[in-house]
Each structure stands twice: as C-alpha cells, then as structure tokens.
Design a binder for this molecule. Structure first.
Ligand code: 5GP
Ligand code: MN
Length: 340
C-alpha cells in the first residue's frame, strides 16, 4: 500500500465513520484527474451509505461528462447560493487534486470559512491547506491513484465498484498522458490491473477521451503545428500560440487544446514547451518539460501559476504579445536549466 495512505488510514477511517454529510471539491477548470478522483470517491462513499455532494468551481470539457454520477455534480459559478449552502451544511470537506483554496478562485471564501473536518488528497507539492488529515504524495501518477489506494485500504479489498473504477481509471489515464509519463512506478500498473478486475470497459473510456474529437479540433491542431509553433532553439524551448481569432476560426470549445502543449516536446532537443491561449481578459498558459526544468517554479515566479515539476499552468493579464515577449525574456534567463 502507498506509505502516506498507510500512515493516515486509521485517522481517515475515524473521520469518515463520524461524517454523514460530505462535500467533495476540486480545482478550477477540472481535468480528468480532478473529476475522476471526485466522482471515484463520490461513488465509493455513496456505496457506503453517505450523503455526498461534488462541487466544482466551473464547467469542464464535454468529453468528461460520461462518468458515472456526472449529472449530480454541482457547478459553483452557475449556482453560487446553492453550492455555498451545501458547503455550509456539510460536516466533512474533501479536497481533491489541489493544494491551496485559491485554486478554486470564487469558491475559496466558502472553503476558508468551513469549520468542519477537512481531508486533503493530492499529488501537488507543498500543500497549503490546514486540514485534519493530509494525504499528499508527489510521487504518485495522479490523485486518482491515491484515491484508489484509499478505497482499497478502507474496504480491505483491491476490487472497487465499476462506477468507482471507471472514474479512477479515467484520471489515471489522462494525468499520465495515456500512460506516457509519470507512471514508472510498478504500483501504477498494479492499480490499473485491479481497476480492470473491477470490470471497467477500458476501450470505451479511451474512446471517450481520445476518439471522440470533432474535426475542428484536429484542424486546430494542424494549424497550431503548421502556423502556431515557434522554436527558441538556443533555449531548447518551443511554444504554441492560439489567438482569439484562431479560436473563433476553429469554433474552439473548452478542452479542444487539451494535450497540445505536449506536442513540441516530441521534437528532438526540445525540453521545455508552453502554450498560450488568448481569451477576452487573460491569456491561459500551460507549461511542460522533459528532464530537469521545474515548470512549477517558473510558472509561480513569473506567470501566477504552479503545478508539478514537469507540468504546470499559469495565466497572464498582459496582452498576448506582451505575455510572449516576457516569456522569451524569462526563458533566456533560465536557459542553462533547460536540459534533459
Ligand atoms: P494545465 O496546464 O493542464 O492546466 O495544468 C498542469 C498542472 O498544473 C496541473 O497539475 C494543474 O493542476 C496545475 N495548474 C494549472 N494551472 C495552475 C495555476 O494557475 N496554479 C497552480 N498552482 N497550479 C496550476
Ligand atoms: Mn492531477
């Protein structure tokens, strides 16, 4: 069993036994791991007879809506009062896949005012939440892997329900880029084996994510590679730019550029990659690296963000061209660190 889970499992059991009304939360712009861990744990706790609510700060891409329990998810920015009341009336708050209430943006006030027990389950460095129990391990592939370990330990059974397993497999698959990175530990594949034994339809989950694109999304990808890609050769760095005009041209919807930031890393000798997406009032940025360069430190230092060593996000309120100009300057400052 995972060491951090093992060290905390008794405390976790005690809190869960004494909690009846549980609120599960995750970070803004929920991705596969955020939603998969939330609905995985949601289904598990529901099966234990608990009253459980999942609240996410804002909406998420269409391809994540197939998960069991999806129709029960509450979106904070669409129904603030209702969500605030759910949080207030819960006796346990569970924090999944984030390490700081500020990652929930508008929801942060409600969470800061919460007075019951708090459980954090996460794989980002340096958790900043004052919780009753914190299960944080940056060495695991995903929050879903930690949630699996917890469910299996709580019920002393490596087999979880199909609903729980489907959600957890999704997050494990997406956070590893379909088992490309962050999964060198054999335990990740033992977890996958147990999720398969739990009866998931692996091919169906894969198809929902990787074989359900609209043509516009592929056209956008082609455009990004042909016209939107820039290389800073002396810094082993490449970046993709998506302007507002490009988004409109390809009928961009949330999630359409998911994974694009990894594309430049497939070029030989490129160890740092970024994508800049222009919105009305900000530029959304993603960073990825192969090897030594800590993208989370770079993002928190210069671009109001953070994340993992090799995968981080951030944002800028400067114009797109000013943001990129600043990026090029900062990359040059750090060019000696951008190595494999
Ligand atoms: P993405 O580039 O896919 O949005 O995010 C990559 C990783 O960085 C994820 O683990 C995500 O949780 C984290 N991340 C994304 N945006 C932010 C941000 O603004 N602040 C922090 N601290 N982490 C972020
Ligand atoms: Mn994650």
């Amino acid at each position: 069993m995972n060491k951090t889970v093992n060290n905390n499992i008794e405390a976790l059991k005690e809190i869960l036994n004494s909690s009846e009304n549980i609120a599960i939360t995750t970070h803004r712009n929920p991705d596969g791991d955020a939603l998969g861990s939330s609905l995985g744990l949601y289904n598990y706790l529901l099966e234990q007879g608990k009253l459980v609510n999942v609240i996410v700060p804002n909406s998420y891409p269409k391809d994540l809506h197939f998960l069991p329990g999806d129709s029960e998810v509450s979106i904070f920015c669409n129904n603030k009062t209702r969500c605030e009341n759910i949080i207030k009336s819960s006796d346990l708050l569970i924090v999944l896949d984030y390490n700081d209430f500020s990652r929930t943006e508008d929801m942060a006030d409600s969470l800061n005012n919460f007075e019951g027990n708090i459980i954090v389950i996460d794989h980002h460095p340096e958790p900043k939440i004052d919780a009753t129990v914190t299960i944080s391990d940056i060495s695991v592939s995903s929050t879903c892997e930690l949630v699996y370990e917890i469910c299996a330990a709580l019920s002393n059974n490596p087999i979880v329900s199909k609903n729980t397993a489907t959600s957890l497999y999704l997050g494990l698959m997406t956070d590893t880029g379909n088992f490309r990175h962050n999964c060198s530990n054999p335990r990740t594949f033992e977890t996958v084996a147990n999720l398969l034994r739990s009866g998931i339809n692996k091919d169906e989950i894969t198809a929902q994510i990787f074989e359900s694109y609209k043509k516009d999304r592929l056209s956008l990808m082609g455009f990004c590679i042909n016209d939107g890609l820039s290389i800073i050769e002396e810094c082993n760095t490449a970046y993709i730019t998506i302007t507002k005009e490009t988004r409109e041209r390809f009928n961009y919807v949330k999630g359409d550029s998911e994974g694009f930031v990894n594309i430049p890393l497939s070029i030989e000798g490129i160890y740092f990659s970024a994508i800049f997406i222009e919105f009305d009032d900000h530029v959304k940025i993603s960073f990825r690296s192969r090897g030594q360069f800590a993208t989370n430190n770079f993002s928190s230092k210069y671009f109001n963000g953070g994340g993992h060593k090799n995968a981080a996000g951030g944002r800028s309120s400067l114009s797109l061209s000013e943001t990129i100009k600043s990026f090029i300057e900062k990359v040059n400052i750090h060019k000696d660190e951008i190595i494999y």
